[in-house]
Design a protein around this ligand. Structure first.
Ligand SMILES: [Zn+2]
Length: 411
């Protein structure tokens, strides 16, 4: 039964009283047992039953809930390195995709790798994320496209959940219609909705279902068919919405009571209203906007309308080739006018809500999973503002240390 003592500033979660504010406790301690938080508060009030527990020393540093990266595409083969220069020459995302680059290129490189090779790569990325303080990662399929290949990726996502010490949430993603099915779109959508979704749900390989609604991907009507099948199979739903243009994805997410609408770079004022009324989490992906040179999602307008805004990396080989969640949080502040507190809420409790894990992850309330990060700074603002390769010195997941600065080679 360890107790983490000598915490300079504990951020336990969002304030219950004031939206966008954090519950902060100076000179604090956290006690956990069986992987679950039992008590968190001022060290001077540590209950007597924990006084003799094994003590870990936070060195007077900042402690935050383990970060939750609620939107990644972490299982993939290859890197689309050549596309950087194509983009610099002015070729757009859709132009590169139509020439066989983009998602199709990653699908080909993913198919070439064995299960073991794919799992080893993804596990390496997940360990890098853990070193930054991340303890929960959502992984989306979508680089298989053919139903059997999608099931293979879902099985790999479950395998990663067993083999790495982070929590891995597995999402089935309808990404694009593969080239071989281009003349039979309707048939592909039917296969996806009628066979793949129920098969994934039956085998408990997916925790949610997501559809990419955009030009070059799926129409809202096609997405509705797939997502309704997911809801019928007991899977909550999510939508990649309004990334390349206003495409109706946010309205669909609101209509279906989705856990989240993600991307939202081209969200309209009406879309903001719809998400607010539906109580849908908006997931902003500042790294994707950065790498695509696109305007980021209107996070400030969403927050002001009362929409919970989560911040995630969108880590993938094409549009967001970085898994650095604290960098995404910094960008959410500097480019989207989120406060440091809102950015941290976005990468913890709002992100856990986007995954249906509210109260279990992304908070240090008693009863939540004992997931936390010890940050070498004295405030959330200081941590994000002083952007370094890594300020995290200790990551704890389910009560166990999964990364310690200096304890293993830095990624
Ligand atoms: Zn994505």
């Amino acid at each position: 039964v360890p107790v983490l003592r000598n915490i300079g500033l504990l951020v336990a979660g969002p304030s219950a009283e004031r939206r966008g504010a954090l519950r902060e406790v100076p000179r604090a301690a956290v006690a956990f047992e069986g992987g679950v938080v039992r008590w968190a508060g001022p060290e001077a009030s540590l209950p007597a039953r924990h006084a003799a527990d094994e003590a870990w020393d936070a060195g007077g540093r900042l402690v935050v809930p383990g970060l939750v990266d609620c939107h990644t595409h972490v299982v993939f083969g290859g890197w689309r390195t050549a596309e950087l220069e194509q983009k610099l020459q002015g070729r757009g995302y859709l132009e590169i995709a139509r020439a066989g680059g983009g998602i199709a290129a990653t699908v080909a490189m993913t198919r070439e790798l064995s299960d073991d090779a794919l799992a080893a790569r993804a596990a390496g990325f997940l360990r890098e994320m853990a070193s930054l303080g991340v303890t929960t990662v959502e992984a989306k399929s979508g680089y298989g496209l053919e139903p059997d290949e999608e099931l293979r990726l879902l099985r790999l996502q479950r395998r990663l959940g067993r083999e790495v010490p982070l929590r891995v949430v597995s999402t089935l993603l309808a990404h694009v219609v593969p080239a071989a099915w281009r003349e039979r779109r309707a048939e592909y959508v039917e296969r996806f909705a009628g066979e793949l979704v129920p098969a994934a749900a039956r085998a408990a390989l997916a925790d949610a279902c997501d559809v990419y609604v955009d030009e070059g991907a799926f129409t809202p009507e096609e997405a509705r068919r797939i997502l309704r099948a997911a809801l019928d199979a007991g899977l909550p739903v999510k939508v990649h919405a309004e990334q390349l243009g206003p495409g109706g994805g946010a309205a669909l997410a609101a209509e279906l009571g989705a856990l989240s609408a993600d991307h939202l770079e081209h969200l309209t004022a009406e879309g903001v209203e719809r998400l607010a009324r539906a109580g849908c989490v908006a997931v902003t992906l500042p790294l994707a906007a950065l790498f695509l040179g696109a305007p980021p999602a209107p996070a400030r307008a969403l927050l002001d309308a009362g929409v919970p805004v989560a911040v995630a990396t969108d880590f993938n080989t094409g549009s967001a080739p970085s898994s650095h969640l604290p960098l995404a949080m910094l960008l959410a502040c500097t480019r989207q006018r989120m406060t440091p507190a809102e950015a941290l809420i976005g990468a913890t409790s709002a992100a856990s809500r986007a995954l249906g894990l509210e109260g279990r992850a992304g908070t240090l309330d008693p009863g939540a999973s004992a997931d936390l990060a010890v940050i070498d700074d004295d405030s959330v603002a200081g941590w994000l503002l002083h952007f370094r390769p890594n300020a995290c010195v200790l990551t704890v997941a389910a009560g166990r240390p999964i990364w310690r600065a200096g304890a293993e080679p830095r990624p």
